[in-house]
Design a protein around this ligand. Structure first.
Ligand SMILES: NC(=O)C1=CN([C@@H]2O[C@H](COP(=O)(O)OP(=O)(O)OC[C@H]3O[C@@H](n4cnc5c(N)ncnc54)[C@H](OP(=O)(O)O)[C@@H]3O)[C@@H](O)[C@H]2O)C=CC1
Ligand SMILES: O=C(O)C1=N[C@H](C(=O)O)C[C@H](O)C1
Length: 234
């Protein structure tokens, strides 16, 4: 498979290593200032760039008939536009806030726990995410997906906020500590005890492998998909 890497930073470079090990070719790498890039040699594009360029990268791929998977976070105000463009052009597109198998299992565990806790009003929910100091967005995309999972399954919550509490609000705390690849914790706390679930990424390999597997899966399909489709879970 010929892969275009849109964003050639920490993730782009980790994806390159894994893709080559799995027998793929990297035919294009795009970074800042590479504006008019040529996608004609690519069977698929993988976007791990920055929030304010992700939508342009995705629409560029869809408009050029190249299946695209995006892991960039912090651009979701335009997600519906990407979905509509993909449908209009009969393209192929996946966005996931987190491509690792472990986190996608954690997403399902989080929803199951939220359903179990739904009627237990004595428990307050809090969430924390910790990432490296270069991260541009807060809260993390993964934390937002976790919060949305709780909101879908728990009767008491209908929104999340960064560093703010409130009735029906899930408060999310974001910490930035050098070199942390990504740690997410969900806590249910009562006067008598705390129940916590946590996912700790030890490095970026899990995110990158998941992204390459998603790209392999997407080629030859049309539509808008999620990691639940790729992994056949949920
Ligand atoms: N979904 C998931 O599983 C994961 C998602 N992420 C997300 O992926 C994104 C990238 O993360 P990471 O690799 O750690 O970040 P980096 O900052 O290391 O890499 C981002 C890269 O994008 C480049 N870039 C800047 N402008 C453009 C442009 N116009 N077109 C293409 N690329 C551009 C930057 O170049 P330059 O340095 O020259 O500015 C940089 O090399 C983030 O949004 C992060 O949250 C990260 C890990 C897992
Ligand atoms: O920026 C990162 O590094 C990560 N970003 C993603 C997010 O915002 O959830 C996924 C992972 O946690 C690493």
């Amino acid at each position: 498979m010929n892969i275009a890497l849109l964003g050639y930073g920490k993730m782009g470079k980790t994806i390159e290593q894994i893709a080559i090990k799995r027998g793929h070719n990297i035919v294009l790498t795009v970074d800042k200032d590479d504006e008019n890039y040529d996608l004609t040699k690519a069977d698929v594009a993988i976007d791990f760039s920055i929030p304010n360029v992700a939508f342009n990268n995705i629409s560029n791929c869809i408009n050029n008939n190249v299946p695209v998977i995006s892991g960039t976070t912090g651009w979701l105000a335009k997600y519906d536009d990407a979905v509509n463009l993909c449908k209009e052009k009969d393209g192929a597109f996946i966005y996931a806030s987190n491509y690792s198998l472990g986190v996608n299992i954690f997403f399902e565990l989080n929803k199951t726990l939220a359903k179990m806790m739904s009627n237990l009003k004595q428990y307050d929910v809090t969430m924390e995410e910790i990432h490296h100091t270069q991260k541009l967005d807060a809260p993390s995309g993964t934390a937002i997906t976790l919060a949305e999972g709780i909101i879908a399954k728990h009767a008491e919550f209908d929104n999340w906020k960064l560093n703010e509490t409130g009735k029906k609000t899930i408060p999310i705390t974001s910490k930035r500590i050098k070199h942390v690849p990504g740690t997410h914790t969900v806590n249910y706390e009562s006067e008598v005890d705390t129940i916590s679930i946590e996912h700790v990424a030890h490095n970026r390999q899990g995110f990158a492998l998941g992204a390459v597997i998603a790209a392999e899966w997407l080629v030859g399909k049309t539509g808008v998909f999620t990691m639940n489709d790729v992994l056949n879970i949920g």
